[in-house]
Design a protein around this ligand. Structure first.
Ligand SMILES: Nc1ncnc2c1ncn2[C@@H]1O[C@H](COP(=O)(O)OP(=O)(O)OP(=O)(O)O)[C@@H](O)[C@H]1O
Ligand SMILES: [Mg+2]
Length: 260
């Protein structure tokens, strides 16, 4: 793998005084109210905070799906707001994997085809793209469901297809919105382990929004968000001894059903 030395001199994501307003006139609301956030390469960063505090909005701005109202966002050293529309789309497709809170699978495509979409969009021949997607889906326990349609899957299975789609093109930044919310304990752990093993490398980074305290043991850093701002960032667990982390995890409430 080629590692661009230049890119390692800056964080994977930098947000400075970032704001995002929705609506206009009297209906205008400021949802992001000056976000400052650094996401380091080689780390899994969790973004936590109460419902409605702006987590999905922030992820969407970082992933280039929404434009900020003001402030700066640098992703992998690039400022997408300075790119042309086409350049920004290509940059996003190549470098960012996104797991949406609502899985956003394409209903007419099979499970394997859905997971292959980023490779197909990059012009990889269908057979190769679907083979790579199928491999990842098998690692996520969906090897038997490759030819099913999304509507034939449970919520947790659809969530794993969305995860495979986010990882299949080996993006340097993966952002996940509640990737374990529909999963039982064992499957949730498998998803987080895959995410850690596949997506956390020295030249990559992962940001996970979660309400799920069982996920905390996988974090390198936890950014706490409240009312449109990052209010605290704490360095976490993966640098701790495994026994300490397991104890911390055992003390947490149950894995599923924490999402309000
Ligand atoms: N397109 C939109 N138009 C108007 N308001 C919006 C829009 N999207 C989000 N909001 C508002 O912005 C606020 C933050 O929403 P967001 O979805 O970012 O919260 P969240 O932290 O992800 O919450 P949850 O944990 O429930 O998913 C909410 O008050 C929401 O109603
Ligand atoms: Mg959300």
């Amino acid at each position: 793998m080629t590692q661009n030395v230049q890119t390692m001199t800056h964080p994977a994501v930098v947000c400075r005084r970032l704001t995002k307003d929705f609506g206009a006139g009297e209906n205008q609301v400021r949802v992001l109210r000056g976000v400052d956030l650094d996401v380091a390469f080689g780390e899994m960063t969790l973004l936590v905070g109460p419902s409605g505090c702006g987590k999905t909005t922030l992820l969407s701005v970082v992933a280039g799906l929404l434009n900020a109202t003001s402030g700066a966002v640098m992703v992998l050293g690039e400022d997408a707001s300075r790119m042309s529309g086409t350049e920004a789309v290509q940059f996003r497709r190549r470098n960012i994997g996104f797991v949406f809170q609502q899985y956003n699978l394409l209903p007419a495509l099979t499970v394997a085809e859905n997971a292959a979409v980023p490779l197909l969009a990059a012009g990889i021949p269908k057979k190769r793209a679907v083979a790579a997607a199928s491999d990842l889906l098998s690692q996520l326990g969906l090897g038997e469901r490759l030819h099913a349609l999304p509507s034939q899957l449970s919520g947790g299975q659809q969530q794993r297809v969305a995860l495979a789609r986010a990882l299949v093109h080996e993006p340097r930044l993966v952002v996940c919105d509640e990737p374990t919310s529909a999963l039982d304990h064992e499957t949730g752990n498998a998803v987080m382990e895959l995410l850690t093993n596949v997506a956390v490398r020295s030249d990559r980074a992962v940001v996970v929004v979660t309400h799920d305290s069982r996920v905390f043991q996988f974090a390198d850093r936890i950014a706490h968000m409240d009312d449109g701002r990052i209010v605290e960032t704490q360095q976490e667990g993966r640098s701790q001894e495994p026994e300490v982390r397991m104890k911390a995890a055992a003390a947490q409430p149950s894995f599923a059903g924490v999402n309000q």
